[in-house]
Write a protein that binds this ligand. Sequence first.
Ligand code: THU
Ligand code: ZN
Length: 296
Amino acid sequence: MQNRFIDSISQLSKPLSTALVPLLNDDFCGHIDANQLSVLIDKTKLTEQELLLALLPVAAALASPSLSQFFVGAIAKGGSGDIYMGANLELPGEALFHTVHAEQSAISHAWLSGETQIVDIVVNFSPCGHCRQFINELVDGSKINIHLPGQATAPLSHYLPYAFGPTDLNVTRPLLSKSNIEFNLESSDPLIIEALDQAGLSYAPYTNCHAAVVLETHDGATFCGRYAENAAFNPSMQPMQMALSNLIRHNRDYSDIKRAVLIESSKGQISLVGAAMDALHTIAAVELEHIVVDPS
Ligand code: THU
Ligand code: ZN
């Protein structure tokens, strides 16, 4: 298989491509740690903002826009100083609401990697209303700096004035806040253990439907997605979508999926199983293993 970054590398300046190419192997999933980032700044003599904008074609190469062929790339910079790329994902043959936007992919990449704050979001097209809302649901969301090609940097509050958010529903701990729920289930199955841990880290203040999906591929790797609710409900990110975008960022194909597990809390007001099955069955002939568990 040809390296998926070949075309994007040709869009980079010579110093940047020389510095970056060693990172862009088949395993590159869009995570560049703070040390690697400072080496890139050093070698290219770009400012951090110039570098992040210049990296957008690489982020966009992680996209899977099977319907639109419209490649969107985004980068979220975490409070740790690491950066996380994301890209849009469209599911062939299913309703458009299953789509993952590049900004959501980058934000979920940061969240799954343990970030508890995002300070910058860089994206190659102006973020849509749905993404502006999703960003506003994060810790200190209105202060997150948005960087776009050819635009002055501005905080989200510039792009989303008069915002609606978690505090309107009396939720004081926004998305990315640290929290952990334990579940009562003994299992020796590593996939189920991982899904239980991830469901405990999910964010469901509006329905209590703590949930996570873990996908296992034939090579033994696992890719998880946690449920991430929004006060505005509709932009919420489903765990199956988050897991699929994680899998695609890691250069796997849908045909690589061997098992899929959805864990949900028994205390939720809703169930995500129908939505998860719809998304899974359009891309893989794998039965969803659905387990409902009691929180302790
Ligand atoms: N898209 C994004 O990824 N982010 C935005 O904010 C604008 C739209 C994606 C969604 C869909 O895959 C494609 O672009 C066309 O809308
Ligand atoms: Zn969007």
